[in-house]
Design a protein. Structure first.
Length: 411
């Protein structure tokens, strides 16, 4: 398998270069990177180039010609996460990656799943499905005084009935970064499988599976990795993968070795299926190498600085409330503006070519209900955002806040 060395920059982010290589920067001020980032030109060229090749020579033939580039996705993801290429599966999205890991685990009546208050809706729905099917117990670990998962409370909840610790690293609805490595230490001491949803963290900060101690990790290509939509990654520790049977198999994840027998392939490849979007897969590999070239530490430093600047600017505006929790915070900034609904704020900002998103209660119900929040505006920065865009965003929100003060009902 190709696993060429990656040249990683130790310099601060060259923002002018990053913006020049991002066509969308000329069109919008993009603060929806937690939804889907603007793709850089090398990723766009890789995806379009492979589609052009498919149109000329055929899909199977194009894949054969691009075998090294397809292989590189596994090496790039291994470099990114600090694991081996055979511990990586490439699937169509992060939800499918998470599901393939979760539904491979054996559960029975009375088994306990421990999760975080900020857990994402798709994951909780899967927990509840198994609670209905198999009688498992789903338990939310309390937060500490900063709003992150309490590691002490987690340790107190451990017993021999806990069969999984499943936590979202960075929640969808705010800047919190859960203490993934400390959670991993508890899981490791107890010998409990640990599934980390890293959908919002991979690409905006270093994520090393060995340092974290997770057994399984899911991630997406479209968010902070700046890859194409419809791409996802699953890491499964090799020794665990060999004990798991995925919830479904095909002729790529297993071999039909006799009329009445099949054999599952080794490693994480057992969690893949044969058919996929080859152009997007190649684009994902290019996106990962592009991120590695900037350096994840440099990316983290840049986005944390931008997010703190935006957070402080928003908090200083009359009528604006910032809702981020945690001892460590990420590139995601959540806020509300007076009596304006978050949907209205998003719509008004979009008319000024400023992209943000909305996180509603249904996406993180445990957390939003506990804090009495129905929805928040979600602004998520990336290293290609600049000071002028931050100032433009703050000025636009200030105008909205003046038009809709806290005591003024919506029109």
């Amino acid at each position: 398998m190709t696993n060429r060395p990656v040249v990683v920059s130790t310099e601060p982010i060259d923002v002018e270069r990053a913006r020049a290589e991002t066509p969308g920067c000329a069109e919008v001020a993009h603060f929806n990177n937690a939804g889907a980032s603007l793709m850089p030109r090398p990723v766009v060229d890789a995806v379009v180039g492979h589609l052009e090749l498919e149109s000329k020579v055929g899909g199977y033939e194009a894949a054969g010609l691009a075998a090294d580039r397809i292989d590189r996705v596994y090496g790039a993801a291994a470099d990114l996460l600090g694991c081996a290429p055979d511990e990586i599966a490439v699937v169509e999205n992060a939800t499918r990656a998470w599901d393939m890991a979760f539904y491979s685990l054996p559960f029975g009546p009375g088994d306990r799943i421990l999760t975080a208050r900020a857990e994402y809706a798709s994951n909780v729905i899967a927990f509840l499905q198994l609670a209905r099917r198999h009688g498992v117990s789903v338990e939310v670990v309390p937060d500490d005084e900063t709003g992150q998962l309490s590691v002490a409370a987690l340790r107190d909840l451990i017993d021999d009935r806990v069969k999984l610790i499943a936590v979202t690293h960075v929640p969808t609805n705010g800047g919190l970064v859960n203490p993934a490595a400390a959670i991993g230490a508890v899981a490791g001491e107890a010998g409990i499988p640990y599934l980390l949803d890293a959908c919002q963290s991979v690409g905006q900060m270093p994520v090393d599976v060995a340092a974290i101690g997770c057994d399984m990790l899911s991630a997406t290509g479209r968010k902070f990795l700046r890859g194409p939509r419809g791409t996802g990654l699953l890491y499964v520790r090799r020794t665990l993968a060999e004990t798991l049977e995925p919830p479904f198999l095909d002729l790529d994840s297993a071999r039909w070795i006799a009329a009445d027998r099949y054999e599952i392939v080794p490693g994480a490849h057992r969690f893949e299926t044969w058919e996929g979007n080859v152009a997007a897969k190649i684009g994902l590999g290019v996106a990962i190498d592009y991120a590695l070239g900037w350096g994840l530490e440099a990316i983290r430093d840049r986005v944390v600085g931008l997010a703190e600047s935006l957070r402080a600017g928003l908090a200083a505006l009359p009528g604006v409330a910032v809702h981020d929790l945690g001892r460590e915070r990420s590139a995601i900034v959540s806020f509300t503006v007076g009596r304006a609904t978050p949907v209205e704020v998003r719509r008004q900002l979009a008319t000024q070519a400023i992209n943000v998103s909305v996180s509603s209660r249904s996406s993180t119900r445990f957390d939003m209900e506990a804090r009495g929040l129905e929805a928040v505006v979600r602004a998520s920065v990336h290293y290609y955002n600049d000071k002028a865009e931050i100032e433009r965003m703050l000025a636009a929100v200030a105008r909205l806040a003046r038009a809709r003060p806290a005591g003024c009902p919506p029109r």
